[in-house]
Design a binder for this molecule. Structure first.
Ligand SMILES: Cc1cc2nc3c(=O)[nH]c(=O)nc-3n(C[C@H](O)[C@H](O)[C@H](O)COP(=O)(O)OP(=O)(O)OC[C@H]3O[C@@H](n4cnc5c(N)ncnc54)[C@H](O)[C@@H]3O)c2cc1C
Length: 194
């Protein structure tokens, strides 16, 4: 196994056994320039303000204050920006009302809860694959993991599926696009390969 002058491991040769060799090919001649530094992130949190029966008028929360994602998935700023767009639209729609803030929080939390569904699932399901991750695993966790793995396999074979998964991963499309029957049939076919 290649090692740097500091004796550190450069590249796990097991990478050659990955389903595609893309990462292995890209980094096999690379040299590690410094030590690996860990960033500790304690937990992902989704606070369900949409479930509150009452909320103070004139107050609103968004961004990490509502939902904080593991940064490795790169979604927090994107979700905060999407929430800002929702708020902008809701304010514009209510501008001519006598009290534009009346009921604003309820409408805002309902809409943003729906847009958080996709990034939350994208982040939480893979994080729960690690057996020591604490928290309440979704009831359909095992099945979700199998589906996600089959989708990844299919994406490696079909550029159109890869584009779709990239669009969902980048929050350009909701996860509901995966409910397409034809796509579902193809994913199930990959799952049956074992
Ligand atoms: C290492 C890392 C990498 C990330 N990479 C990505 C990425 O690639 N893509 C992506 O979309 N997201 C990424 N994120 C997530 C993203 O940074 C956050 O989701 C986003 O910044 C949340 O915005 P926010 O306004 O809710 O909170 P913040 O950006 O945290 O802003 C809150 C502000 O409030 C201030 N503040 C706190 N307490 C007080 C107080 N009592 N009084 C006054 N001010 C206060 C803080 O100083 C801060 O400036 C990453 C996060 C981390 C930690």
């Amino acid at each position: 196994m290649p090692r740097s002058s500091r004796g550190a491991l450069l590249l796990p040769l097991e990478g050659r056994r990955f389903r595609t060799s893309t990462v292995y090919d890209a980094i096999r001649a690379a040299k590690r320039l410094g030590d690996i530094v860990r960033y500790r992130f304690p937990e992902s949190i989704h606070r369900h303000y949409e479930r509150l029966e009452t909320f103070p008028s004139g107050l609103l929360l968004l961004g990490d204050a509502v939902c904080r994602f593991n940064p490795v998935w790169g979604q927090g700023m994107s979700v905060a920006a999407q929430e800002a767009c929702v708020l902008s639209r809701l304010l514009a729609e209510r501008a001519s009302e006598r009290d534009p803030l009346d009921g604003l929080a309820r409408a805002f939390f309902a809409e943003t809860a729906a847009l958080i569904v996709t990034p939350w699932a994208q982040a939480v399901i893979p994080d729960f694959i690690h057996p020591k991750t604490r928290g309440e695993r979704p009831a359909d966790f095992e099945q979700s993991v199998k589906l996600a793995m089959a989708m990844t396999k299919l994406a490696a074979r079909d550029p159109a599926v890869h584009k779709l998964t990239a669009e969902v991963g980048s929050l350009l499309k909701p996860r509901s696009v995966y409910l397409d029957p034809e796509l579902g049939r193809r994913v199930l076919a990959v799952m049956s390969e074992g």
